[in-house]
Design a protein around this ligand. Structure first.
Ligand code: SAH
Length: 454
């Protein structure tokens, strides 16, 4: 075990999944925030466990050529971003390597490399933000949580968000301070405003604002709307009622205070309606690249039936519908399914059907009903596929599975399980949808045949 507070000199040899540097000292893995691969540093041990420790750089002895000055003044404190201290080249390299390592170590593959599609813009790319609200000395402010805490770090201008998003945040905060509308306090469960949620259509520029409150009404709402109308393309204001303790940002009830309660945007040439509760990729440009790759990988013909599990508002389902005979989307959030059905109508798509259910359970049921699927697309949340979904994929036995993943570790676990069911990995590509943040998206194709692509 390493000594707490003792300073050791070591080289950074790897990264964790959150992008922290990793050094090996006396056989013990040490995790060091803000450290870059190849750097040699003096590290003070802050926490020491049996097989691992956490440390802090006290002096950089050999600096990486990829180290840069942080453009964001609160980057070190704010838990929103992870990579303001390194250049984008190194960030993409480490993300591609993380995907490769996961697929090899946890997925049983033997990939030499995985290509990554870097984002053309590393700033102002996020079309959605959820600012937690807090206060100091009766002054409300908003920002993002410090890593691993619920302590809000104030941020005047977040570099990965469009400026309009921060403008909305400032208007809501000014309104709160003027009318003494208190932020919610998690420890006492008193107070009112919990989060300010802003979503802007990348093409339409329409702005949806959702204020999450511990209650059902906003005081002086007319004045707030008047102020918000100074922002071009402000389209709708929705109240999300969340009176429950816990980490869930949105509540179950939504009350539209202004406008239609949703915005529209264009993606892959199609129009989409987006409600606050519906998932929509935050990086529009890169999402289109990702979907294009998924569509190409699916190799659909007009005779094919495509099953799109975890379909959200039907982005991939509808983008694939033109090439397919029939598409069936499955999604668990009712509002997203309503949006998906509406989106099919909006785009005059008549060969798409949407089911509101758990993806695995619905897929098993469809298979029992005799539905066949030539291609299955899955795009699950971070936890990956459940056993029902894996079983359904095995029973459907499609020609091809296109797996879109936001977590390389659960993707790799599922690839190994699907291998056992007779599917082989035939392609893997990573996409950076989250510059400066540790997340990475991957598209893999698995086919029912024995020749793998490595
Ligand atoms: N493919 C869509 C959405 C992907 S995000 C797109 O790219 O836009 C994952 C989606 O899975 C979310 O919409 C989430 O609501 C949904 N989801 C989560 N758990 C689910 C489950 N058990 N069954 C079906 N859908 C689920």
């Amino acid at each position: 075990m390493l000594d707490k507070n003792k300073v050791y000199t070591a080289e950074i040899i790897d990264y964790t999944s959150e992008g922290q540097g990793v050094a090996k000292i006396e056989g013990c893995a040490v995790f060091i925030p803000n450290a870059i691969f190849g750097e040699v540093c003096d590290i003070r041990i802050e926490k020491a466990g049996k097989n691992w420790a956490a440390g802090k750089i006290v002096q950089l002895r050999e600096k990486s050529p990829h180290r840069i000055n942080r453009a964001c003044p609160v980057a070190k404190l704010c838990g929103g971003c992870n990579f303001h201290h390194m250049d984008y080249e190194e960030e993409c390299r480490l993300k591609a390597d993380r995907v490769r390592t996961c697929l090899n170590r946890l997925g049983g593959q033997n990939l030499k490399s995985v290509p990554i599609h870097p984002a053309p813009d590393t700033t102002c790319y996020r079309n959605k933000s959820q600012y937690p609200v807090s206060s100091i000395k009766n002054r409300a402010f908003a920002g993002f949580y410090k890593a691993g805490t619920h302590q809000v770090v104030e941020n005047k201008r977040c570099l990965i968000l469009p400026p309009q998003s921060d403008q909305v945040k400032d208007i809501v905060i000014d309104y709160m301070n003027q009318y003494r509308v208190n932020p919610y306090d998690e420890s006492t469960r008193k107070g009112f405003v919990r989060h300010i949620y802003v979503r802007q259509g990348a093409v339409s520029k329409q702005i949806l604002i959702c204020i999450v409150v511990n209650g059902r009404k906003l005081p002086h709402v007319e004045d707030l709307i008047k102020r918000l109308k100074t922002i071009p393309r402000f389209t709708t204001l929705v109240l999300s009622v969340n009176t429950k303790p816990g980490n869930a940002v949105l509540g179950d009830e939504f009350i539209t205070l202004y406008g239609p309660g949703y915005i529209e945007d264009t993606l892959c040439g199609l129009k989409f309606r987006l409600s606050p509760r519906s998932f929509y990729q935050v990086n529009h440009h890169q999402a289109q690249e990702l979907y294009k790759a998924a569509i190409a990988a699916a190799k659909i013909s007009t005779k094919d039936t495509v099953l799109d599990l975890y379909c959200g508002v039907g982005t991939i389902t509808l983008a694939m519908s033109q090439a397919a005979g029939k598409v069936i989307g499955v999604e668990v959030i009712p509002q997203a399914v309503e949006d998906a059905r509406e989106n099919a109508k909006r785009n005059k798509i008549t060969n798409a059907e949407f089911i509101c259910a758990d993806a695995g359970a619905a897929a098993l049921k469809l298979e029992q009903q005799g539905v066949r699927a030539d291609v299955v697309v899955v795009d699950p949340p971070r936890k990956g596929l459940n056993s029902d979904a894996i079983e359904a994929l095995a029973r459907f036995s499609p020609q091809r599975i296109v797996y879109v993943s936001c977590d390389p570790a659960t993707l790799a676990r599922d690839v190994a399980l699907l291998n056992e069911k007779g599917f082989r990995l035939t392609s893997a590509e990573a996409f950076d949808l989250f510059p400066r943040c540790a997340h990475v998206e991957t598209v893999v194709t698995m086919e029912k045949k024995s020749d793998s692509f490595v």
